[in-house]
Design a protein around this ligand. Structure first.
Ligand SMILES: [Zn+2]
Length: 127
């Protein structure tokens, strides 16, 4: 059980995570929804080549953003699960406590500052 956080602090972090989760949900729906396949095909027929290329590019950007959002949503959901299971607020690398100030800025943080910057220095550890 992670006990270095008070009930009030946990409630605050949980609210922040839920808010982020809802925000991501909305953004994802926007980026994934948008245009139906039929509309897309009709546009391909109507538009000139340059416009089509631009459209395709926009769609690719949308897809890339959706990917990022999906990943972040996973991270946020995982943090909410940890909050419920009691593993929340502990560094996954050194098992140290992650200070509330860090969690306040980044409620989904998995690592303490020391471990996080160690990973950033050595990207091979990142996977
Ligand atoms: Zn650590």
């Amino acid at each position: 059980m992670s006990t270095h956080l008070t009930a009030g602090q946990r409630a605050l972090l949980e609210a922040a995570l839920q808010q982020r989760q809802q925000q991501l949900d909305r953004q994802l729906a926007e980026h994934l929804g948008g245009q139906s396949r039929v509309e897309h095909t009709r546009e391909l027929v109507q538009q000139d080549v340059r416009e089509v290329a631009q459209r395709e590019e926009e769609r690719e950007i949308d897809m890339a953003i959706s990917d990022l959002e999906t990943r972040e949503l996973g991270v946020v959901s995982a943090a909410l699960r940890r909050l419920k299971s009691g593993d929340y607020g502990r560094c996954t690398d050194c098992d140290g406590e992650i200070p509330f100030d860090r969690l306040k800025a980044e409620p989904w943080a998995l690592r303490c500052v020391a471990c996080e910057s160690a990973r950033e220095r050595d990207p091979r550890q990142g996977l």
